[in-house]
Design a protein around this ligand. Structure first.
Ligand code: MN
Length: 462
């Protein structure tokens, strides 16, 4: 740090790489998430578009189960389309305050902007700009009578902090650009700091970008009404709509591709486009689309189901079923598991809660099982706890386990509750989770069975 090196700079407004977000409706269901992920994949694969799947809200328990089963991450959350400071930030390499002015000068000249002076621990101190250097020189001229004895080289050798503007406004990178407008308009400067959550240097931004930020480009899937879309839709550029609902779309300035086809799911439409383009998606994405289709059509039983949906289910099943990602041998079996995963603990049988996603682990000296189930609220557990505990004990007996654990995961707030039973349950006393009065363990940061819980249990058993 400190010495300027021409690192690649993230330019904020290059159209070529500017992403297009493919996003479903608020309170996303499985079809909204699946269509976003599947269509973004197709656009990248078929057209080379920089399409990125997104979601407009928390994933629900059903979708969380599907994503975990097929092994995909939830797409990124975009709560509203109003551009944030991050979008217009130039992430220039910073310079340390004791570096010579000539280095800062060279940086500012090379980037045709300001040079950010930042302390070793990341605190933004000031900017070296044309104005700040001019002011510094003016002061030198006022103070020195004998100007002939001052060489340019001497001046450029001073620490850059003495020639910086130390009174520069800072904006957090998550701030809406529109909320920064008023302050930027009042300020005589043209360059500002953008900081991370902890106040440390992230980059700088310029007045013209604050006044006219690049608009988010969006493809809406599984909805077309502004009321169902992410916030500040009017601040985004709508690029396309792919949907199967009634029309209620906002006006656009230019014509866009618009599909509102009366089929059972948007996943159906995405899979048809994949077939037309002869682009076969990976099993995980095909499985996610199949889940979206089967969820929206209630496993093809809903009156909205069309022949096109049945064909799409057939096609997606061929791509996804019997794979490591989708270990089901029929669409119906997969679809029933998808519906069960979304039903909530209150209405599910204990058998379905414990067996839909049960994994048995066997070592030399132990054998145990961990079942996982997603809920929208951990309170759902309390009502069924006695039955579930009895069911876990039955599982221990039937499968000859040393331990059985049910991991109930809150997909809205994050975190899990653990129900434990079995003859060796005492060996888990050292798990780093708080025991609640009802005997369950409260694990506020635990969401992954594979990456978090399993290593913890294996560590205690070995
Ligand atoms: Mn839908």
């Amino acid at each position: 740090m400190g010495v300027y090196s021409p690192q690649p700079e993230r330019a904020p407004s290059e159209a070529a790489i500017s992403p297009i977000y493919v996003i479903g409706h608020l309170n996303p269901d499985t079809d909204a998430i699946a269509a976003a992920v599947g269509y973004a994949w197709l656009l990248r694969e078929r057209d080379g578009t920089n399409a990125i799947p997104a979601r407009a809200g928390a994933v629900n328990p059903q979708t969380a189960w599907v994503l975990r089963t097929v092994g995909l991450e939830a797409p990124r959350l975009i709560a509203d389309a109003s551009p944030r400071m991050e979008r217009i930030t130039r992430t220039l390499p910073p310079i340390l305050p004791d570096r010579p002015l000539r280095e800062a000068w060279a940086m500012a000249a090379a980037g045709r902007s300001a040079a950010p002076v930042v302390s070793a621990d990341g605190e933004p101190l000031g900017l070296v700009t044309g104005d700040s250097v001019f002011r510094f020189l003016s002061k030198q001229m006022e103070e020195r009578v004998d100007l002939d004895s001052v060489s340019v080289a001497r001046i450029l050798a001073v620490a850059c902090q003495s020639a910086m503007d130390a009174d520069v406004s800072c904006f957090p990178l998550t701030m809406r650009v529109r909320d920064a407008r008023a302050r930027v308009l009042r300020d005589e400067r043209d360059d500002f700091f953008v900081t991370r959550e902890d106040g440390s240097y992230f980059g700088i931004c310029r007045t013209p970008d604050v006044l006219n930020p690049p608009r988010l480009r969006l493809i809406l899937v599984d909805h077309n009404e502004a009321a169902q879309a992410l916030g500040a839709l009017d601040e985004a550029d709508l690029v396309e709509v792919l949907d199967h609902h009634r029309l209620g779309n906002p006006a656009t300035n230019i014509p866009i591709p618009f599909t509102a086809d009366p089929v059972g799911s948007t996943s159906t439409l995405v899979s048809e486009r994949m077939a037309t383009a002869r682009c076969r998606p990976p099993a995980a994405i095909a499985g996610l689309l199949l889940a979206g289709l089967l969820s929206d059509t209630l496993v093809l039983r809903s009156p909205t189901t069309t022949d096109r949906d049945r064909q799409a289910a057939e096609r997606l099943g061929g791509w996804a079923l019997n794979s490591v990602e989708v270990p089901f041998d029929s669409g119906t079996a997969f679809g029933e598991a998808v519906l069960a995963a979304g039903a909530g603990l209150a209405v599910r049988t204990v058998d379905s809660i414990l067996n839909t996603d049960l994994k048995i682990y066997e070592g030399e000296h132990f054998k145990f099982g961990i079942a996982q189930v997603e809920v929208a609220n951990l309170n759902e557990l309390a009502v069924r706890l006695t039955e579930i505990t009895a069911g876990l004990e039955g599982l221990v007996e039937a499968r000859g386990l040393d331990l059985a654990v049910l991991m109930v995961t809150d997909v809205v707030r994050g975190g899990s509750r653990l129900v434990l039973t079995g003859p060796q349950v005492g060996r888990l006393d050292d798990l780093p989770y708080k025991r609640l009065p009802d005997g369950t363990l409260d694990a506020p940061d635990l969401v992954s069975r594979k990456k978090q819980l399993l290593p913890g249990i294996l560590g205690l058993l070995s």
